[in-house]
Ligand binder design. Structure first.
Ligand code: C2G
Length: 132
């Protein structure tokens, strides 16, 4: 069984996220998502609209996702690869090269093209504008 992992905040789940998850799952037989905790998000300078538990529940409802675990630190990726027996690390190409050093030689590393013109921050701005 080829095991794939990806990481992210996945707030305000949208079609760009789903396109990433669909392509990630197609790289193997099992897709694990390491979902950024609320505390880790704060460290990324992000404040998710939905809590970790809410974001986890939504991801677990996505047909491409087999398991969700917390992402708590930048450095956990190398341990995750070993602990979960991961064959492929995949993430959007906005992160291209970022994790090569940490993961080189441990697993296959794949950067997938992001879906243009959609992201949680723009969705929030749109709602804020409508409310104003
Ligand atoms: N994504 C995408 N297209 C978009 C928006 C997001 O393909 N329009 C992808 C991102 O490239 C990422 C995943 O969806 O692979 C989740 O995106 P975010 O929730 O924004 O996650 P991010 O803040 O990039 O966190 O350790 C890695 C970080 O936790 C990644």
């Amino acid at each position: 069984m080829k095991r794939v992992i990806t990481y992210g905040t996945y707030d305000l789940l949208h079609y760009g996220h789903i396109a990433l998850l669909r392509r990630a799952r197609a790289l193997g037989d099992f897709l694990m998502v390491a979902l950024s905790s609320d505390e880790f998000n704060a460290g990324k300078g992000k404040r998710a609209y939905f809590s970790y538990e809410q974001r986890k529940a939504m991801l677990e409802a996505v047909r491409y996702v087999d398991m969700v675990v917390p992402e708590r630190t930048w450095g956990q990726k190398s341990q995750d690869i070993d602990e979960y027996g991961i064959d492929v690390f995949v993430i959007g190409d906005d992160w291209v090269d970022t994790f090569d050093e940490q993961l080189e030689g441990r697993c296959e590393i794949v950067y997938l093209p992001r879906t243009p013109e959609i992201d949680a921050s723009r969705m929030k701005e749109c709602c804020d504008t409508e409310e104003a």
